[in-house]
Design a protein around this ligand. Structure first.
Ligand code: GTP
Ligand code: MG
Length: 362
């Protein structure tokens, strides 16, 4: 499964600039609102240095990283849910994403037009979240009366009706569902088919200027606007300058701005964390590969990501920790050192597991 993340925000805040930097693409990024109309989609490999090391160890050429798909979506404006700007038809593009990456302008540049005329990250976030809430409210208001009617004939639907009524109350009060507690989030499972936009996890990316990249107190202030959601600080302009540089030069440029990791790496980490995902590895002479699974997956569930038959016919998993394997230098040496374990059906996968599944398909 490729994780799909949607870049959402006001027009002209740097979504396409960031998209280009993240995906090494060249879509139109321009100094006027609504430069993007149709969504741009880009698939990027998840940077993972373990893969290269394993490929050396196994003398294999084929490395298959996990991937993340970024979708650069048209800018949203106040009133979009009522047809302002480009209207709400492209909200469907957000629906197909697993998480929302809200890009918020926090850079000052008199040359770049701001649709809300003045720079106010807080105000901008409120506009976007209000539009998402209004879109959800429309969805709920359409569905709820039908469901209430159906529940009269089918009492089994009552809990779903109750959840939806609760959701409506929250949305009516202007609360995006991602800002609610764990209890509500769990109940949302009942109404998954509605694909509510604010039920998706959210990550805020503040598009800051170079000065803010090292300004901890400004960052804390911005973080405070969205806590407890994850907040990242990237300078889309700087990120775009990384394009075309080799890894060494990229690191040098980032270090000169006191940035430890590229926006891509930060964003992917944040997305994995927010969505509760982890990876595990498979390695052999034919290929070295990273797979994405929900945290807490059991060995058979992890096997199922490779192929349904692997899960159905699961017998055991041969597991070695990546670091142990590297120290040992080969799988047989790791085995001789007692580092390869055989795990059964209830084994809970760990992030550095290098695995070979044994299965039986009849
Ligand atoms: N100074 C500065 N300018 C930026 C930065 N990021 C983007 N810009 C500029 O802002 C303008 C808009 O950028 P886009 O990436 O097209 O913005 P967008 O959010 O995709 O806009 P729409 O597609 O119209 O919704 C361009 O002129 C960019 O060069 C940044 O970090 N710093
Ligand atoms: Mg754009």
């Amino acid at each position: 499964m490729s994780l799909q993340l949607g870049l959402v925000g006001l027009p002209n805040v740097g979504k396409s600039t960031l998209f280009n930097a993240l995906t090494d693409s060249h879509v139109l990024a321009a100094n006027y609102p609504f430069a993007t109309i149709e969504p741009n989609t880009g698939i990027v490999p998840v940077p993972d240095e373990r893969l290269g090391k394993l490929a050396e160890l196994y003398h294999t050429q084929k490395v298959v990283p996990a991937t993340v798909t970024f979708v650069d979506i048209a800018g949203l404006v106040a009133g979009a849910s009522k047809g302002e700007g480009l209207g709400n038809q492209f909200l469907a593009h957000i629906r197909s994403c697993q998480a929302i990456v809200q890009v918020v302008r926090a850079f000052a540049d008199a040359n770049v037009q701001h649709v809300e005329t003045k720079l106010s990250p807080q105000h901008d976030i409120e506009i976007i979240n209000t539009e998402l809430v209004l879109a959800d409210l429309q969805t709920v208001q359409k569905r709820l009366p039908q469901l209430q009617k159906e529940a009269k004939a089918n009492p089994k639907l009552k809990p779903t009706v109750e959840t939806l009524e609760r959701v409506q109350t929250l949305l009516d009060a202007g609360t995006p569902l991602f800002a609610t507690g764990a209890g509500v989030k769990q109940a949302l499972d009942d109404v998954k088919d509605l694909q509510l936009l604010t039920a998706k996890p959210i990550i805020y990316v503040f598009n800051v200027d170079e000065a803010t990249l090292i300004d901890q107190s400004r960052q804390a202030e911005l973080k405070g606007l969205v806590a407890p959601a994850q907040a990242l600080f990237v300078c889309a302009k700087l990120e775009s300058e990384l394009q075309g540089l080799d890894a060494g030069d990229q690191q040098e440029l980032l270090t000169s701005y006191s940035v430890a990791q590229s926006g891509l790496v930060q964003l992917i980490h944040a997305a994995y964390q927010t969505l509760g995902l982890q990876s595990y590895l498979t390695a052999g002479e034919k290929e070295v590969r990273a797979w994405t699974i929900p945290m807490g997956s059991t060995a058979p569930q992890a096997a199922g990501v490779i192929h349904g038959d692997f899960e159905r016919g699961f017998i055991a998993a041969e597991v070695v920790d990546y670091n142990d394997l590297l120290v040992a230098g080969s799988l047989s040496a790791a085995r001789a050192a007692g580092r390869v374990r055989t795990e059964g059906k209830t084994y809970s996968m760990q992030p550095d597991d290098v695995v070979e599944f044994r299965f039986n398909v009849s």
